[in-house]
Each structure stands twice: as C-alpha cells, then as structure tokens.
Design a binder for this molecule. Sequence first.
Ligand SMILES: C[S@@+](CC[C@H](N)C(=O)[O-])C[C@H]1O[C@@H](n2cnc3c(N)ncnc32)[C@H](O)[C@@H]1O
Length: 269
Amino acid sequence: MPKRKRTSDQPSDQPSPANVPSLLPQKKHYRQRAHANPFSDHALVYPASPAEYDWSTHYPAFAGSGKTPAFADIGCGFGGLLITLAPLFPDTLMLGLEIRVQVTQYVHDRIAALRATSAPQISPHPSSYQNVSVIRANAMKFLPNFFPKASLTSLFFLFPDPHFKARKHKARIISSTLLAEYAYILAPGGLVYTITDVQDLAQWMRAHLEAHPLFQFVEEEELRKEGKGPILDAVYGSTEEGKKVERNGGEKWLACFRRIEMHRQAPPT
Ligand SMILES: C[S@@+](CC[C@H](N)C(=O)[O-])C[C@H]1O[C@@H](n2cnc3c(N)ncnc32)[C@H](O)[C@@H]1O
C-alpha cells in the first residue's frame, strides 16, 4: 500500500482504511521519518491561552466536567503508555503530545478504534479509553498555552530522542529553559518520570532536573510505596521504544522527580 500523505496539522476524523473503527490501525500505514526537527516551522495550531482550548472534542464523555488533562506524555510516539494507563485511571484525563503528523494520526486512530470497540454502551467505562487523547504539538513550544498553571499531576518523558551530537543538545526535551515551563504546568507534588536507554542522556536529564530548584529526585522505591507501582511498570515497559530496548537486551535508566514548592524565606527582622 502506498504511503498516505497528510498535510493538515491535526489528526483527521475522516474514515480511512487505517481508522475504520472496528479495526486497530496498523503502524505500517503511518510510517514517516524517525525524527522531526523541533526548530522547524511546523505551522502548528495552538490556543492563545488554556481557557480558549475546548477539551470536549478530545474527551466528549467528560464534556461539562471542567476537567483538563492531568497526565501529559511528551513525545508519546505510538501511544503505548496512554493506552496502558487509560483503564488504570479512568477518571484522569491523559494527553499525548507528538510532533510527527503520521504518528499522531496513528495514536488518534488507535484511540478511536479502542473507544469504538470497548464497552461503548457504558461510557465513561474503565476500559472505554474515553480519558485519553493526543494532539500534534511541539512540546518545546506553547505548553503553557494548552495547560493551565499547576494543572498536571504527572509528566512523562519516555525514551526521548537522544540528539547525541553536542551541537544538537539544544534540541533535547529536557533543558533549564524548558524545566521552567514544566514546573509551571505541574502541580506542587506532581511527578516527572524520565527513562532512557542512553546513558549520556540519562545523566543529562538527571543533572538538569537536580539543578533545578523546583524539582527533587525521588527514589523508585519511595514511589512504589506511595502506590505508583503500576505507573512505574508502564513507564518501564508499555511503550514501543521501551519494548524495543527490552528485545535488544538494552539497559534502562529511570529517574523521577517531584515538583516541590519554594518556601519563601521570612524577611529579616
Ligand atoms: C524515541 S521516540 C519515543 C516515543 C515514546 N515515548 C516511546 O517511548 O515509545 C521520541 C518521540 O518524541 C517525539 N518528539 C520529539 N521531539 C518532540 C517535540 N518537540 N514535541 C513533541 N514530540 C516530540 C518524536 O517524534 C518521537 O515520536
């Protein structure tokens, strides 16, 4: 089958061989280059402020609830994390952000197929995937346009592009500048989950997060004691990249951080 070309910005709802609801989409219909340059002009559409964004088109079963996404999967790829977490937290809205058009379309079609085939009569139902969605977005830009301040409880960076060469490090999704935005949209107590199979990137992400005054490293064991085990298991093994690393016998480095509050010092008396 020839590759489908898509020029529009956001995923299309038009039926296509790959998004017939009763069929799960096949990745082979959605191939595109492995990398997208985050500094290119992707002609992305974004709201002027979070208040202007209509989440009901993403989560129709939650329309009128006033809810906005609480989990954001940055660079969600083919959506494995979202699909795994959706039934575990049926009342939590989750959003994947993905820069590649065809990959976003795949996740969109995958969610549409799952919604259509799992318990459509009893919605929202724990397994009806009403609480997950995806947008095509460059997560290095405009995040505060989508998410209100302190609205997220979890931010995921799973196997992000490593951008190995030093001159490409500016394209890494964790940087001092971007951490300020992540801290803004995360609620105090919220968590950042990072995982990679690239040791240099693991060190980079950890060093940047540790250097930031609003993030504090949390041991995996502590999070498991807090009941975050199912999330951590999904972080390790639910995504396409995570599975690939496993197949290849690669190592995975996990590092999690809590968004803390800055306590203002009392003025000197
Ligand atoms: C190596 S893949 C990992 C995908 C997924 N997290 C996984 O574990 O399978 C990195 C993904 O991040 C996406 N990405 C890279 N830069 C991005 C950006 N600035 N905004 C949104 N997505 C981005 C890429 O298109 C790619 O799908």
